[in-house]
Design a protein around this ligand. Structure first.
Ligand SMILES: [Zn+2]
Ligand SMILES: [Zn+2]
Length: 209
């Protein structure tokens, strides 16, 4: 199983969303990534089916890619998993790197678990972001095993997320035993968070041990 590479950040936001600072431009994020010696950077901007900024965003990333930067830049999105098990993503952009994440509370464990399982089977979803149960429920060993096997069969990557410090260690043990692919995501919403994985040193050490 490949080890987690701290020079690759697969989850960075930009100022194309409505809640990040203006300084978080595609260019500034790339400059920051160069400065701290990252070699891979994936922009994963919050997207909805109705988002209108996507062509501008992709063009700006393309310009950055062809600017001569040594960093491998990946253009991608983060989309919300919906209760019907689809993701809030405009499918005409399939082929771009896509993280599917939970961004709203379900309260009902079975609703949440079936939405998750359905999202994992979607071919255009590449990664499951900051995977975690809500406080009011947890998965049984059997459910974790089922989840693990589904991730494996559908060849999804599980993100190790620095912002939320997810997934929980108990889940990682099962995922690691089942040889799930992992990668790192800072989920940076400002420049100083780009490539910063200090909050999840314990999770990284566990996976890389
Ligand atoms: Zn998220
Ligand atoms: Zn995010």
């Amino acid at each position: 199983m490949p080890l987690l590479d701290l020079k690759k950040d697969y989850h960075v936001h930009s100022n194309y969303n409505d809640h990040s600072p203006q300084e978080l431009s595609i260019e500034n994020v790339t400059i920051r990534a160069e400065k701290i010696n990252l070699n891979t950077l994936a922009f994963a901007e919050h997207v909805r089916r109705t988002s209108e900024w996507i062509p501008r965003y992709l063009e700006e990333i393309d310009r950055m890619v062809s600017s001569g930067t040594k960093i491998t830049i990946i253009s991608g999105f983060e989309a919300k998993i919906l209760k019907d098990g689809t993701v809030d993503f405009p499918v005409e952009y399939e082929g771009h790197f896509l993280i599917a994440s939970f961004h709203s509370k379900y309260n009902n464990k079975q609703d949440w678990f079936s939405a998750l399982k359905s999202a994992i089977t979607l071919p255009y979803v590449k990664v499951i972001g900051h995977l975690a149960p809500e406080e009011s429920f947890d998965l049984t060993d059997d459910e974790l095993l089922e989840l693990s096997q589904l991730l494996k069969t559908n060849r999804k990557t599980v993100e190790i997320n620095a912002k939320y410090q997810r997934p929980p260690m108990k889940w990682l043990r099962v995922f690691k035993d089942n040889k799930i692919d992992f990668h790192l995501g800072s989920d940076a919403h400002n420049l100083s968070e780009v490539g910063n994985f200090n909050s999840i040193t314990n999770l990284i050490e566990y996976i890389n041990s």
